[in-house]
Write a protein of this length. Structure first.
Length: 135
């Protein structure tokens, strides 16, 4: 799923009209191309525009891991990091059967932490094969 998410983020970045460096945390990538640690977490995929003004953070979870304290902590950290950039987006990839729960979790955490202004997108594993409109 991380490999699919990586490809999806590349497609998203291509639509933004500027150049990005894209990093992914999966076995097929050389360590130098892995995302940097954000607070205590490393995102599955991260993209940074060449001028440093745009950030894309993408995280994939399974249905089982969706409602864990670890996942909640990661989301909070990634939203906090995104809040430091005017042009940022957090993309959350999950199995289609858990999409509603993922949207509810993300909205709840954004509201509770004062991050409602951050652009987010929940993408299910079916949607990873195509770019969609972004919230």
């Amino acid at each position: 799923i991380v490999y699919q998410l990586h490809k999806w983020v590349i497609d998203y970045c291509a639509l933004q009209g500027c150049c990005f460096s894209v990093y992914a945390d999966h076995q097929g990538f050389v360590k130098t191309f892995q995302p940097p640690q954000i607070f205590q977490s490393i995102p599955d995929v991260m993209a940074i525009s060449i001028d440093g003004s745009r950030i894309v953070i993408a995280e994939a979870e399974t249905e089982k891991s969706l409602l864990t304290a670890h996942t909640e902590r990661q989301i909070v950290e990634f939203l906090k990091y995104c809040s430091q950039y005017e042009h940022s987006i957090f993309i959350f990839a999950i199995p289609w059967v858990a999409k509603v729960r993922a949207i509810e979790l993300l909205q709840s955490l954004k509201s509770a932490r004062g991050h409602t202004h951050i652009k987010t997108q929940v993408v299910d594993t079916i949607g990873l094969s195509e770019c969609q409109d972004f919230m």
